[in-house]
Ligand binder design. Structure first.
Ligand code: NAD
Length: 323
């Protein structure tokens, strides 16, 4: 097959899988298959620059927002993350950061929660808006659904105005309980907690979200240099304000320390009460993050180590968005 034809075939598949995953919350292939094709496409587009295209899935974040919801424009885009799949790739990423900065920075390693990215806006300490990532620029206003999540405070301990980013997820126990119930009722099962969480939050009736026992972890603050100077400080600050922050994160100085953290969670992963699909590594200081900047799709100062696949795709609920 001609290289251009191969590229077209991969793009078509990735667009179809992306639509099923992001828009329908109903994937037809395991994440590892999606990641494998995406990486093949990245390699081809690197080797054959003439085949690059602005509308390639390698250049895009997420999926289009659903028409059923009011659209929200993100002041600061909600991006994706670059991936590494091995220790060698992690070491290369760390070396690139060190080369760009001219020295070795402090990193924060944290869990990659497998749910739905959401943005929470607080004004004078009150939750005024919650939105999905959508295509990164435009998301869906799901404030009413997010207000049903107990780990999202409606009122903070201080009257601050800012935007918090984090992951809404379905704990493993809620997921098992939900699927047991659906099996009993003869209803189709959800494939995994991620799709169950996304399907629950993108329902127009917030009673459904309220019944699904969802949870939330914050993993970042947007434009708050005046409040904190680094990512680890932001996590501690958010916790003080009453927002749920996972305490499993760790500051690390070297690629070896980061790899130790990853190995710890490869083992611990099954004991956690929620699903994680990898580890996220971020350069800690905001000043250094600014210096490193962004690509079209992801920050250069962060990367995700993706765990090897362990999921199986089963029958999934048909979410009826017309209600
Ligand atoms: P991603 O999952 O690779 O990484 C970005 C996301 O990570 C963020 O939007 C955020 O939601 C999440 N995240 C969790 N914990 C975080 C933390 N501590 N800090 C920062 N972010 C954190 O994002 P993506 O680009 O939406 O998704 C691509 C992945 O989705 C693919 O690698 C694939 O595994 C999966 N996918 C699967 C299919 C399929 O058909 N099976 C289709 C599309 C995408």
């Amino acid at each position: 097959m001609e290289m251009a034809e191969r590229v077209e075939a991969i793009r078509q598949k990735l667009n179809q899988y992306g639509y099923e995953y992001y828009v329908l919350d109903r994937p037809s292939v395991p994440d590892a298959e999606y990641d494998r094709l995406m990486n093949e496409l990245i390699v081809i587009e690197t080797d054959y620059p003439e085949l690059r295209s602005q509308d390639s899935p390698t250049q895009r974040v997420g999926g289009a927002p659903l028409d059923a919801f009011v659209k929200v424009t993100h002041d600061t885009p909600m991006l994706s993350l670059g991936n590494v799949f091995s220790k060698e790739e992690l070491v290369e990423w760390v070396e690139r950061i060190e080369k760009d900065l001219g020295y070795s920075p402090l990193f924060v390693a944290e869990l990659k929660f497998d749910g739905l990215a959401v943005s929470l806006k607080y004004e004078d300490g009150r939750l005024v808006r919650g939105a999905t990532r959508g295509d990164g620029t435009t998301g869906e206003d799901i404030t009413q659904n997010l207000k049903t999540i107990r780990s999202i405070p409606l009122r903070l301990n201080e009257d601050v105005t800012f935007e918090v980013r984090g992951e809404a997820y379905m704990p493993k126990r809620s997921f098992e309980h939900l699927n047991d119930e659906r099996e009993r009722l003869g209803e189709p099962l959800f494939a995994n907690p991620r799709n169950a969480a996304a399907g629950s939050l993108r329902q127009l009736d917030s009673k459904i979200a309220a019944s699904r026992n969802l949870a939330f972890f914050a993993y970042g603050l947007v434009s708050t240099d005046d409040l904190v100077a680094s990512h680890d400080e932001s996590l501690a600050y958010l916790r003080r304000l009453g927002i749920a922050v996972s305490q499993e994160y760790k500051t690390c100085h070297t690629a070896d320390e980061l790899w130790d953290y990853i190995e710890t969670y490869v083992t611990k992963r099954s004991e956690l009460p929620y699903e994680i699909d990898g580890i996220v590594i971020k350069v800690a200081a905001y000043e250094e993050q600014e210096q490193l900047g962004f690509t079209a799709k992801s920050p250069r100062w962060a990367v995700a180590y993706k765990f090897p696949a362990e999921e199986v795709v089963t029958t999934i609920e048909d979410v009826d968005f017309s209600v």
